[in-house]
Design a protein around this ligand. Structure first.
Ligand code: NAD
Length: 267
């Protein structure tokens, strides 16, 4: 399987080069960077610290569909539309990791899914996707008056909050409880306020240093509390999951899939 990358020089792009280099079934064949990037024509091995590579970085506007079976996109929302339209035009399956998409951009995902197979997941780690199953199980077993809070921590450079994964955890729990996260989600608290409403799902965000990604779902009742926590210690876990998703999606029918589909986990 020949893979093309959007955002090759990003933090995720660099570990994707490493994950593809480690994969026996996937080969990196196109590595794109911004049209004004200083990395144009540079060897991808320099980005990932892997010697012996021959591929060089291409400006994204010069990306050729030849010899690419699947694209992987971990960039920023500002460039998402260009990337997905390129995939639709050239009928290329795509794995999308970019988070912080607007509602209009999420609608574009569904439009794209009518033409190409795509995987979109807020988190490509196997552990986090297992966590989505576990929080649903916890929500269905606990009393309806349990307080639910989602706490997430990421590195200082992260540009969206709460994280896409925290929102996915909140949506999994809300869906299990028959609630709508846009009604019951509480994203900030400050100053004097009434006692907590048990129907709320609260979010707290921490940003600092080089934290790769930590998520806790806290279920607190009177007398006990349950915490389900996932901690990523390396971005390689997301990159390995994305390469696994690329292998899975390459021959699928057009549609929108996620990591639960890729891993075959129960919903
Ligand atoms: P980053 O800032 O290091 O990299 C962003 C990349 O986007 C860079 O390569 C940059 O050149 C490219 N880019 C930005 N603007 C562009 C433009 N106008 N044209 C072309 N390219 C442009 O960010 P990162 O830490 O690598 O994260 C990338 C995305 O992946 C973020 O949305 C992040 O939240 C998300 N992410 C998702 C997962 C997951 O498992 N789904 C895991 C980690 C990060």
């Amino acid at each position: 399987m020949n893979v093309g990358l959007f955002g090759t020089n990003g933090r995720m792009g660099r570990v994707l080069i490493e994950a593809l280099n480690n994969s026996e079934q996937a080969t990196l064949r196109a590595a794109t960077v911004r049209d004004d990037s200083p990395w144009i024509n540079m060897n991808v091995g320099e980005l990932a610290g892997i010697p012996g590579q021959t591929l060089t970085c291409t400006p994204v506007s010069k990306l050729s569909p030849d010899h690419v079976d699947v694209m992987i996109d971990f960039t920023l929302p500002v460039v998402f539309e260009d990337n997905i339209r390129w995939c639709i035009t050239h009928k290329k399956p795509v794995v999308i990791g970019t988070t912080g998409l607007s509602p209009a951009q999420v609608a574009l995902l569904d439009e794209a899914a009518q033409h190409i197979p795509l995987v979109f997941a807020a988190n490509y780690s196997v552990g986090v996707n297992l966590m989505l199953s576990l929080v649903r199980q916890a929500a269905s077993a606990l009393d309806d008056d349990t307080d639910i809070e989602i706490i997430e921590a990421h590195h200082r450079y992260k540009q969206d909050a709460p994280s896409g994964t925290a929102l996915a955890i909140g949506e999994a729990i809300a869906g299990e409880l028959g609630r709508d996260l846009s009604d019951c989600g509480v994203f900030s608290r400050e100053g004097k306020m009434p006692a907590r409403d048990q129907k709320q799902i609260g979010f707290a965000t921490v940003r600092g240093g080089d934290i790769v990604g930590e998520h806790t779902a806290l279920f607190a009742d009177l007398g006990e509390r349950l915490e389900i926590t996932h901690k990523a210690s390396s971005r390689l876990t997301f990159a390995k999951g994305a390469v696994r998703a690329a292998k899975w999606v390459q021959n699928k029918a057009p549609g929108r899939y996620d990591m639960i589909n890729v891993l075959g986990l129960p919903r």
